[in-house]
Design a protein around this ligand. Sequence first.
Ligand code: UT7
Length: 332
Amino acid sequence: MPKSKIKGVGFYVPDNVIKNSDLEEIMDTSDEWIQERTGIKERRWVEGDLTTSLMGTYASKIAIKNAKISKNDIDFIIFATLSPDYFFPGSGVLLQKNLQIKEVGALDIRNQCSGFIYGLSVADQYIKSGMYENILVVGSEIHSGGLDKSSRGRSVSVIFGDGAGAAIVSKSNDESEILSTHLHSEGKFADELAVIKPATTFWIDKIIDDDEEDGKGFFPKMNGNFVFKNAIKRFEEVIFESLNHNNYTSKDIDMLITHQANLRISQYIQKKLNIDDNNIFNNIMSYGNTTAASIPIALYEALEKNKIKRGDLVCLAAFGSGFTWASALIRW
Ligand code: UT7
């Protein structure tokens, strides 16, 4: 059976840096609170006419270059985002247009923070089945346009940042391989972290009459403590699931990259798994929580800093809205 590997990674973040002190000026918050509760020092928020699909396009160009393939070699596009350019069509086809890729299939994934690993899993299965050889997997998000930037939204809006990451997943002819992926969801908690409008249940004509005045439903709503407690439980479970499946223990992990939701969550997982500082990579301090983009952005930076080398055992894990959670174990 063919096996797959990550052949190249790319990322793009907007130039516009928003420091915690910038947020102090627009809402009732403090640098101290944000750093203590989340680890975040700054994040990027788009300016001008940058879009989710455009950022994904820039990240993809770098991934294609690093994979040493041509855009004409791409057989399929997978685009993970919770903040698409349009309500429809999806961002995959927009990226295809931007990159001027031939008429291959383009699939959008709506799995929030877990979107990139879900995408990786789909790509892995297509390659294992022999259907495709090179798949572009993208995670890209623009949160800044949809946040409640008043004090009312402070518990959510200080967390999120904009950015994009991309990976080329290809048929592997060497020792590198995606060993396994593990996907989960628990829809009964869908409303615990959600943006519910606009949607077919709150269609535009109803919205205008309803609660337009306070924007209820349009801004992200998060039951932060509840999400936090579920996150630490599910991260641990799904990481162990991937290790057990492949007969490894947490001592075998050379690099752990968790979705960058909150530095306290990553540190909790690190402690639980007894992982050394050298074997985990966090960059939430610089970019905030970029949901589907956070793992490929962190992966890119860890590679850039030579923290991952050939043959390493790399574990990726995510948890987020849905709830959805997932992991991938990779022999790099
Ligand atoms: O990416 C998807 C998955 N997402 C996550 O995993 C996120 C999980 N949740 C979290 O990371 C944390 O719950 C938050 C960072 C969102 C919040 O941290 P917390 O330690 O759970 O704080 P809290 O919501 O319990 O709020 C504590 C206090 C409250 O004040 P009182 O009631 O104690 O007086 C809040 O009003 O902090 C207040 N607060 C703030 N103060 C200053 C909430 N947000 C802010 C803020 N600045 N931005």
